[in-house]
Write a protein that binds this ligand. Structure first.
Ligand SMILES: Cc1cc2nc3c(=O)[nH]c(=O)nc-3n(C[C@H](O)[C@H](O)[C@H](O)COP(=O)(O)OP(=O)(O)OC[C@H]3O[C@@H](n4cnc5c(N)ncnc54)[C@H](O)[C@@H]3O)c2cc1C
Length: 456
């Protein structure tokens, strides 16, 4: 059996970023993912904000890696076509106490190396976001906060990894680890995989995996965040991200444009025990509607396209938990709670710095160029709008999903890509098909038919 130099466990944004980085060397690398697709865990269901890190706890590893990740992912997005909208954010104070907190938040941002925040008066708050509910007393601008496509981010990193020679093993849930003198044997649901080094980037499963290596240092608490997605007609109501003043309970409920042209409201923050509880709840949605009614009453009159929930991997530590065990040749990347989309590439860089003392991570000559990803962003040209693309390939002129204007050509491209989707939901994340106001009611059967047809 082949022994890999490095096995990375977890095909979310963090694991994909690590596999991409290590895959750019002469080392042999496997990326093991329990599910049938990459990016099917927490990385598919978040608020998709590219954070500046202005409100992180200064001096923490998270603060440093979010700021670094913001730059790394911003550059990588440009190189690969991951859509980013530089909308900026406005943090709104609704009480005197919150208003008094603004100078402290600006000072904190500066301690985090971000000095572009400005305090603005109520009139300026309403000039920027006229649809806000009554009672705003002032605000803090955060011009760098941006919206991004989390699906394309995960897929770009994983595709890059595969193009660099990483072996992607989907449907491989790691169930046992036997650390031997020269290599670790990983028992998986699809047979054994051996590797000299193991990186644990298993998100919600990172503590269970850590325990397989004999550790007992943290417990993941799934912190559910539920969100409401409003129809595209609501988009003018949210010209930028509207943030609450953060509290000890977390970042709070925000209103944000999405990269697909919608508006979202959320997330909630609720600690659970069930790590599979990604459904929404009546109580959560009621809470969001109450919050939304105060924040932006006009938004509540708009139609809801979808609801969803994601689980943050809260760890009880107030920082990331990244630790290398040289004896076991094992690296834990745990507790990547609510900023891992932004920080993923910087976490990989940090992981690389830790591994460098033990492995030769010099970049290999002749690496392939980063993949050029299909654009899912509403603000940028899509194939159905591109006369030249349609002229050279009429499939880009055949719309299958009319809500999101997804063409037959884009679906074909996804199904024949380096990491084809395992099912219709994966196809949705690669194309936006069935992601619109009808949620697949009209196009679902056709999309499934194409999917099944291509699979044969
Ligand atoms: C509601 C919400 C809002 C958020 N908003 C933002 C935001 O706006 N900006 C931001 O930067 N971040 C945000 N985040 C955080 C961000 O989504 C996460 O930090 C990031 O997705 C974590 O990525 P990951 O790779 O660590 O985990 P995951 O994406 O969960 O990947 C871990 C993978 O490991 C696999 N796995 C687990 N156990 C095993 C095993 N035993 N064997 C093999 N595979 C295994 C899982 O199947 C999974 O695919 C938000 C999170 C939530 C929930």
């Amino acid at each position: 059996m082949n022994t890999y130099d490095v096995a990375v466990i977890g095909g979310g944004i963090v694991g994909a970023a690590v596999a991409r980085l290590v895959g750019g060397t002469t080392l042999s690398v496997a990326l093991l993912e329990a599910r049938d697709d990459v990016g099917d865990g927490t990385s598919k269901a978040n608020t998709a904000i590219l954070h500046t890190g202005f409100d992180a706890k200064p001096g923490t590893l998270e603060s440093r890696l979010v700021a670094r990740g913001y730059d790394l992912l911003g550059d990588y997005a440009q190189a690969t076509g991951i859509p980013v909208e530089r909308t900026g954010a406005l943090l709104v104070a609704w009480t005197d106490e919150q208003l008094d907190a603004l100078p402290g938040l600006r000072a904190k941002a500066e301690r985090n190396g971000y000095d572009a925040c400005e305090i603005v008066e109520a009139a300026e708050v309403y000039r920027r976001v006229p649809a806000l509910g009554p009672g705003a007393l002032g605000g803090l601008t955060v011009p760098g906060e941006s919206v991004i496509c989390t699906w394309t981010t995960n897929l770009a990193l994983a595709t890059d990894a595969v193009n660099r020679g990483v072996t992607l093993l989907r449907g491989h849930r790691v169930t046992q680890a036997h650390v031997g003198p020269g290599a670790t044997r990983l028992a998986t649901t699809r047979g054994e995989v051996t590797a000299r080094w193991v990186v644990n980037a298993a998100g919600l499963g990172a503590d269970a995996l850590d325990a397989l290596f004999g550790h007992d240092r943290f417990t993941v608490t799934p912190r559910r965040g539920e969100l409401l997605v409003f129809d595209k007609l609501a988009r003018p109501l949210a010209p930028c991200i509207v943030l609450p003043v953060p509290s000890s309970a977390g970042k709070g409920v925000l209103v944000s444009p999405t990269i697909y042209g919608n508006v979202m409201l959320g997330p909630t923050a609720e600690d659970l025990t069930d790590r599979t509880a990604t459904g929404t709840s009546e109580a959560g949605l009621r809470f969001l509607r109450e919050k939304g009614a105060a924040l932006m009453p006009r938004l509540m009159k708009e139609e809801v396209t979808a609801t969803y929930a994601g689980l943050r991997a809260a760890s009880g530590h107030d920082d990331y938990l990244i630790d290398l065990d040289a004896e076991q040749r094992y690296l834990l990347i745990g507790g990547i709670r609510s900023t891992g989309l932004t920080a993923g590439m910087a976490i990989a860089e940090h992981a690389g710095d830790l591994l460098k003392g033990h492995l030769d991570l010099s970049p290999r000559a002749g690496l392939p160029a980063p993949p050029r990803m299909p654009n899912l962003g509403e603000a940028f040209p899509r194939p159905y709008q591109d006369a030249a693309a349609i002229a050279s390939d009429p499939e880009y002129g055949r719309i299958v999903c009319f809500c999101e204007r997804v063409t037959r050509g884009e679906i074909r491209d996804a199904l024949t890509s380096a990491i084809p989707p395992a099912g219709p939901d994966g196809l949705r994340r690669r194309t936006r098909a069935m992601n619109g106001r009808c949620q697949g009611f009209y196009c679902g059967a056709r999309v499934r038919e194409i999917f099944e047809g291509e699979k044969k």
